[in-house]
Design a protein around this ligand. Structure first.
Ligand SMILES: *[C@@H]1O[C@H](CO)[C@@H](O)[C@H](O)[C@H]1NC(C)=O
Ligand SMILES: *[C@@H]1O[C@H](CO)[C@@H](O)[C@H](O)[C@H]1NC(C)=O
Ligand SMILES: *[C@@H]1O[C@H](CO)[C@@H](O)[C@H](O)[C@H]1NC(C)=O
Ligand SMILES: *[C@@H]1O[C@H](CO)[C@@H](O)[C@H](O)[C@H]1NC(C)=O
Length: 241
């Protein structure tokens, strides 16, 4: 009774009383139901119920907002999310939330219809072109012919390939001297190569394809003539947003 809160309530009631014409009614308006008194308190009741209604509306809006926000953020975490952006090359990126932040960037993205593996994105074509045209085509898409750095990477891309087709990779030997070069200047590492048995066979074959040999039931590399039209695989670094 002696607390400050109670004091504040009392003051509020006193103010109400002083504003009302009848000193008896404000304390318990519902108990005295004579038409005269209810008529007087009607604007107050209306105001009160309007306030309550507004409060209820505000609360339900708030709850709805929280539910919506939770669902929305769950969606973001669980599913791939398509971001449309005004990029000169790609209008649609597919992004997944990373569980780490690289300078505040939490989305790792690949262009729509590209495959994502490790820190790269891969485009596997169904059209055939010469090696030069293939590299040009990748380059126009902001990428390069694939550079295979590990067995895991090769296994990933071959999962998405047609075993009856052959695909250019970014390895060539322009002078035909066995000086193999990757398109991105990665040093050629003899102990991390996946040539088919008996390859490379040289003889004017300056470019490399990845193909499947049924006899050995495996994917591997083969050197071939560069102007034969083959399918291609492009690779680019993931885009972080
Ligand atoms: C974060 O990602 C790594 C793999 O990149 C995974 O091993 C780890 O469990 C993840 N952590 C959380 C909290 O999801
Ligand atoms: C590259 O080739 C693919 C099909 O192989 C085609 O869809 C794409 O439009 C080409 N891109 C450019 C920039 O030429
Ligand atoms: C490929 O392009 C390079 C220059 O970009 C050229 O020197 C080479 O002769 C071309 N090769 C073929 C097979 O067209
Ligand atoms: C070459 O590849 C092997 C096998 O993956 C690896 O152990 C080695 O470190 C690589 N060497 C260089 C110089 O990258």
């Amino acid at each position: 009774m002696a607390s400050e809160i109670t004091y504040a309530e009392v003051r509020f009631k006193n103010e109400l009383k002083s504003s009302g014409t009848n000193p008896d009614s404000p304390a318990a308006p519902k108990e005295n139901t004579t038409p005269h008194k209810s008529n007087l308190s009607f604007p107050k009741l209306l105001l009160g119920s309007l306030l309550i209604l507004a409060l209820l509306l505000a609360i339900s809006f708030f709850v709805a907002f929280i539910i919506f926000f939770k669902k929305y953020s769950q969606l973001l975490e669980e599913k791939k999310y398509t971001i449309s952006m005004k990029n000169p090359i790609y209008t649609n990126l597919e992004c997944v939330k990373t569980n780490w932040t690289m300078e505040g960037k939490v989305w790792s993205c690949c262009p729509k219809n590209w495959k994502s593996f490790s820190s790269s994105c891969y485009f596997i074509s169904t059209e055939a072109k010469s090696w030069n045209e293939s590299q040009e085509n990748c380059s126009r898409m902001g990428s390069h012919l694939v550079v295979i750095n590990s067995k895991e990477e090769q296994d990933f891309i071959t999962q998405n390939m047609d075993i009856y087709a052959a695909y250019y990779v970014g390895l060539s030997d322009p002078e035909g001297q066995g000086h193999w070069q990757w398109v991105d200047q990665t040093p050629y590492n003899q102990s991390a190569t996946f040539w088919h048995a008996g390859e490379p066979s040289y003889g004017g074959e300056h470019c490399v394809i990845l193909n499947y040999r049924e006899k050995r039931t495996s994917w591997g590399w083969n050197d071939c003539i560069c102007n034969i039209r083959q399918r291609l695989v492009c690779e680019m670094m993931k885009i972080y947003l």
